[in-house]
Design a binder for this molecule. Structure first.
Ligand code: NAP
Length: 255
């Protein structure tokens, strides 16, 4: 695969989990990474340190999404970091990865309007306005990659608002792909399945064993399994893919 040296990338929610792995894999290919985080500054610093330890270059950007002024705050930090590192306001790769999963295992009858609204604010509205705000910075031939979920194709009544918000995110990929094609910018979704994000559930062997049965490969996904798919979409080799989605569920949807 072609390398990403001279490219710049913003990865939202890169303080941990899949976002951290995406940031690290893009950096390993040579890109300068803006490591966005919502609340965990120490974890974001750790992501930056891990990248630098491997010879990469990164800086962190703080902005809680889903609150007033979120996107402006994010871009103020991003632009400052770009000025400091490359003396220019150019963004080549945007990965909308940050998301809230809110309460899991909640019956649809119990979901409140506030919860539902927050889910959409973080998972769908923020990515839309991030893309909108990024348009002036994105270079022609750039990449937008939205991290959706296998739950857009596999039913789980305990996750309806989350799945709906990810469905909206995939629409963002589809329609912006048409809008940005004249500039050679591709817009795609990646849909992870159950992926070890370092959360407590993945530290319990019985739980992991149960979750592993969902994948055709009978194991839980590693964050890097998803990150490598994102890196592929970011490279020149993926230039002919746009408005699409890549299934990174490890065959979880095969039935
Ligand atoms: P995670 O470990 O829970 O990390 C979420 C990241 O998003 C963190 O960096 C967090 O930042 C940030 N974030 C969350 N809410 C935010 C907010 N309101 N404002 C700003 N930042 C916020 O997530 P993950 O499991 O790696 O998932 C990454 C992506 O893959 C998500 O889009 C998720 O929906 C999708 N996905 C994951 C799985 C899975 O099994 N893990 C499966 C399907 C899809 P702070 O920690 O700094 O707050």
């Amino acid at each position: 695969m072609s390398d990403l040296t001279t490219k710049t990338a913003l990865v939202t929610g890169a303080s941990r989990g899949i976002g951290r792995a995406i940031a690290r894999q893009l950096a390993a290919k040579g890109a300068l990474i803006a490591v966005h985080y919502g609340s965990n500054a120490a974890a974001a610093r750790e992501t930056v340190a891990l990248i630098e330890k491997c010879g990469g270059c990164a800086f962190s950007v703080h902005a809680e999404l889903g609150v007033p002024g979120d996107v402006e705050r994010l871009f103020s930090g991003l632009e400052q970091g770009l000025r400091d590192h490359i003396g220019d306001l150019r963004l080549d790769i945007l990965v909308n990865n940050a998301a809230t999963t809110a309460r899991t295992g909640v019956r649809p009858e119990e979901v409140t309007p506030a919860e539902f609204g927050h889910m959409f604010a973080v998972n769908a509205e923020a990515p839309f306005f991030i893309v909108q705000r990024a348009l002036g910075l994105l270079s022609d031939g750039g990449r937008i990659i939205n991290i959706s979920s296998g739950l857009t194709r596999s039913a789980d009544p305990a996750q309806i608002p989350y799945a709906m918000s990810k469905g909206a995110l995939e629409q963002l990929s589809l329609h912006f792909a048409r809008h940005l094609a004249p500039r050679g910018i591709t817009v795609n979704s990646v849909i992870p399945g159950l992926t070890d994000n370092g959360g407590p559930a993945f530290g319990t062997p019985e739980v992991v064993e149960r979750l592993a049965q969902i994948s055709a490969f009978k194991r839980v996904g590693e964050a890097v399994d998803v990150a490598d798919v994102v890196v592929f979409l970011a490279t020149d080799e993926a230039r002919w893919i746009t408005g699409s989605f890549l299934d990174a569920t490890g065959g979880a949807l095969l039935g």
